[in-house]
Design a protein around this ligand. Structure first.
Ligand SMILES: Nc1ncnc2c1ncn2[C@@H]1O[C@H](COP(=O)(O)OP(=O)(O)OP(=O)(O)O)[C@@H](O)[C@H]1O
Length: 355
C-alpha cells in the first residue's frame, strides 16, 4: 500500500504539487493523469525520494518512506521510465542484475531471476540475455526496463510514462503485457500517463491532477459516469464516452453460449431474425459462422473464422465491437487458448444492456 498524506512540493515559492492525499491499496493499479505540468512526475518521484518532499508524508505499508534506508527503498520500490534508462554498455542481463547486485544476491540467484523475468515478458532468455540495449526494438527495451524495475521483487512499482515513446501497436501489446504481469505478480503500481485511454485500460483507480491539485480519485467507471466537475468531464473527453466505457468492459462479461450446428450444410438462415450457428472441427475450433452477417443479403453466407475475426475472454468490448464493425458481422466467436470455441459475443448483447 502506498499512501500520500497532504503531499506538497514547492519550487521558488510556488506549490507545483499541493496537498495531495490518496491511497493506492496493495495490489492496486493506480494511475496519475492530468495535463502537462500538473505535477504527475514530481508526485511519483517524491514516492521513491528522487525529489525531496516539501511537506506531507508518504507511507509504504505503515512506514514513512523518508525514514527507510536507501537500500530498502531500492529493494521495495521499483522504478521504470519512458527512456528505459538502460545502461547502453551493459547487456540485458547486466542491466536487470543492477539492484540484485547492489543487494549482494548470490550469482546463481541473480541468474535465475534474470531468466524468470525475461520469461515473464516473453523474451527468450537464451537470445536476449547477452544483447545490448541498441540491439533491442523500442518495445523490447521497454520490457527489459520494466523487468529491471521488478528484479528485486519490490512490493511496489512506479512507472513514469513507460510506453510513451513506442508506436501505437507496440504500446497496445505492452499495455496488455502489463495487465498480465500485474495480475501475475499482484504488485502495487503507480503509473503516470497523459493518455486517458491508457489510464482507462490499465487502472483500477485513476487520480486526475490539475495544477498540482488532486481533482478526483476514483475507479474508471465512476470517473466516466460521475465526473467530479467540468474539468474532469472535459479531460475525459465527452465525445466517445460510450466507447470509453466499453474499453473498461471485457468480453467474458458479455459472453454467451454459442450454438453449434450438427449439420452445417442444411443450415438456412431465417431472414426475419438474426439466427446463426457455428461449424466446428473435431478439435472444437470454429471453422465457419452460418448467418449472423450485418446485412440481410449477406446473411446466408458462410463466414470463415480467422484469428483476427474472433475474440478472447480478456479482450475489451471496445476491441470486440471494433472487430464486429470492421468484419461486418453481428457476432464474434470467443476462443480459449487452444483456439477452441467457448462462446460468442454479439452486438445485440452490447446494445441490450447498460454500459
Ligand atoms: N526542478 C524544478 N524546478 C522548478 N520547477 C520545476 C522543477 N521540476 C518541475 N518543475 C515544475 O513543476 C511543475 C510540475 O512538473 P511535472 O514534471 O511534475 O509535471 P508533469 O505533470 O509530470 O508534466 P508532463 O506531463 O509534461 O511530464 C511544472 O510546472 C514544472 O515546470
Amino acid at each position: 500500500m502506498i499512501e500520500l498524506q497532504g503531499l506538497t512540493k514547492t519550487y521558488a515559492g510556488k506549490d507545483v504539487v499541493e496537498e495531495v492525499s490518496l491511497r493506492v491499496e496493495s495490489g492496486e493499479f493506480g494511475v496519475l493523469i492530468g495535463p502537462s505540468g500538473c505535477g504527475k512526475s514530481t508526485t511519483l518521484r517524491m514516492i521513491n525520494r528522487l525529489i525531496p518532499i516539501t511537506r506531507g508524508r508518504i507511507l509504504l505499508g505503515d512506514e514513512d518512506v523518508t525514514e527507510l534506508p536507501p537500500e530498502q527503498l531500492r529493494r521495495r520500490i521499483g522504478y521504470a521510465i519512458q527512456s528505459t534508462g538502460l545502461f547502453p554498455h551493459w547487456t540485458v542481463a547486466e542491466n536487470i542484475a543492477v539492484v540484485p547486485g547492489l543487494l549482494k544476491w548470490p550469482k546463481q540467484r541473480i541468474d535465475a531471476r534474470i531468466d524468470e523475468l525475461l520469461n515473464l515478458f516473453h523474451l527468450d532468455a537464451g537470445e536476449f540475455r547477452h544483447k545490448y540495449p541498441h540491439q533491442l526494438s523500442g518495445g523490447q527495451a521497454q520490457r527489459v526496463g520494466v523487468a529491471r524495475a521488478l528484479a528485486a521483487d519490490p512490493e511496489a512499482l512506479l512507472m513514469d510514462e513507460p510506453f510513451g515513446a513506442v508506436d501505437p501497436l507496440t504500446r497496445d501489446v505492452l499495455q496488455n503485457e502489463m495487465l498480465r504481469v500485474h495480475r501475475q505478480t499482484g504488485k502495487t503500481i503507480v503509473f503516470v500517463t497523459h493518455d486517458m485511454d491508457e489510464a482507462l485500460k490499465l487502472a483500477s483507480r485513476i487520480a486526475i491532477l490539475n495544477a498540482g491539485r488532486l481533482v478526483q480519485y476514483d475507479r474508471p467507471i465512476e470517473l466516466l459516469t460521475q465526473p467530479a466537475d467540468e474539468f474532469v468531464r472535459n479531460f475525459i473527453g465527452k465525445a466517445d464516452l460510450g466507447l470509453k466505457l466499453l474499453s473498461r468492459r471485457w468480453v467474458y462479461q458479455y459472453q454467451q453460449s454459442a450454438e453449434i450446428l450438427e449439420q452445417p450444410s442444411s443450415f438456412h438462415h431465417d431472414r426475419s431474425s438474426v439466427t446463426h450457428g457455428w461449424e466446428i472441427d473435431d478439435q472444437g475450433r470454429p471453422l465457419c459462422l452460418h448467418g449472423g452477417r450485418l446485412y440481410a443479403e449477406e446473411s446466408e453466407q458462410r463466414t470463415r473464422v480467422t484469428h483476427e475475426w474472433s475474440a478472447t475472454p480478456d479482450m475489451t468490448m471496445k476491441e470486440a465491437l471494433s472487430r464486429m464493425v470492421w468484419f461486418r458481422v453481428m457476432v464474434l466467436p470467443v476462443l480459449d487458448e487452444q483456439e477452441r470455441l467457448i462462446g460468442e459475443v454479439a452486438m445485440q448483447g452490447v446494445m441490450g444492456r447498460e454500459p
